[in-house]
Ligand binder design. Structure first.
Ligand code: A2P
Length: 314
């Protein structure tokens, strides 16, 4: 099983990368250093995570002449936030991520969500009643602006995040530069089978975020189901002499899905990359897939006219 996925541009994206969402400033630099030092060559970042500057500090210590890694050996992704969807805001947003990360180009730049918020500096612009202020900018217009980032050499490829199959098809149908990736929440409780087969049929790689079930999401409750602690998963892990996290990641790798587990714990960071020295049987792949319950942990908490604006990706 290869340790990378070849994207439609020909770029080789390492199948397992380090996720940085929820990695607090003060923790993320050490996490990135631990990852780079134990063999990770794929980092997943976003302007909205508020920690790109610190990720950049770690990159500066390891990338470049006389250091351990060359720029071209590391695959770095960032994402355009919802308040930057107006076409005239896109390049500046990308340049800001590049400055924070200390890079001349990104390997991949994703549209973080299909919906646009009112432009401005506030991450989550809200009305007095707490509801989100949307903008009518369509993701197709944002995409065209993202395409010019490829033409200018600021990014090697562009892609999507949190897009459902219909929205992905919308972009595929109009794109000059095709989306190479759609990054979505994905784990055995939300197996995304339909979206995955659609994306695979059109050469869009799926990357799983929250592949371990995102137990540290800020709104998690003790009553929520935990995929990592599912006893059926524990039983599989025991049989393979692996940890439950490694089984969750291996399941994704074997179905052709890239994943970006987040951790700030060096031993876990290391463990999460060690998923290429064993193989799950077809029966175990099916067993883990059967855990699906369409359970979405990362639900956009935003509403318009009392209704959720964004439908499930399935
Ligand atoms: P921590 O960062 O404290 O190590 P996800 O990638 O699905 O968002 O999950 C992230 C959560 O999973 C974090 O709470 C992270 O904790 C935890 N985690 C990461 N790797 C492992 C692992 N190998 N075993 C158990 N928990 C893990």
């Amino acid at each position: 099983m290869s340790t990378f996925i070849t994207l439609s541009t020909g770029q080789k994206m390492p199948t397992v990368g380090l996720g940085t969402w929820k990695s607090a400033p003060g923790q993320v630099k050490q996490a990135v250093l631990a990852a780079l030092d134990c063999g990770y060559t794929h980092l997943d970042c976003a302007a909205a995570y508020g920690n790109e500057q610190e990720v950049g500090e770690a990159l500066a210590l390891r990338l470049g002449a006389g250091k351990t890694l060359r720029r071209e050996e590391v695959f770095v992704t960032s994402k355009l936030w919802n308040t930057k969807h107006e076409p005239q805001d896109v390049e500046e947003a990308c340049r800001s991520s590049l400055t924070h990360l200390g890079l001349a180009y990104l390997d991949l730049y994703l549209m973080h969500w299909p919906m646009a918020f009112q432009r401005g500096k506030e991450l989550m612009p809200r009305r007095e009643d707490g509801s989100i202020r949307y903008s009518d900018t369509h993701y197709r217009d944002t995409w065209v602006a993202m395409e010019s980032l490829v033409d200018k050499g600021l990014v090697r490829a562009i892609g999507l995040s949190n897009f459902n199959a219909r929205q992905t098809g919308d972009i595929v149908g109009m794109a000059k530069h095709r989306p190479v990736v759609n990054q979505v929440e994905c784990h055995p409780y939300l197996s995304q089978t339909h979206l995955l087969s659609y994306c695979q049929s059109t050469a869009v790689c799926v990357t799983a975020y929250s592949p371990l079930g995102s137990g540290d999401r800020p709104w998690a409750s003790a009553r929520d189901p935990s995929v990592l602690q599912d006893p059926r998963l524990g039983a599989v892990a025991q049989r393979y002499q692996k940890t439950p996290a490694q089984i969750l990641l291996r399941w994704q790798v074997q179905r052709g899905v890239a994943c970006i587990p987040k951790s700030v714990t060096p031993s876990r960071i290391q463990q999460n990359l060690q998923v290429f020295d064993f193989c799950l049987s077809n029966d175990d792949m099916k067993l883990i897939s059967s855990f699906n319950r369409n359970e979405r942990f990362i639900i956009p908490t935003v509403e318009r006219d009392g209704k959720k604006v964004w439908r499930d990706a399935e």
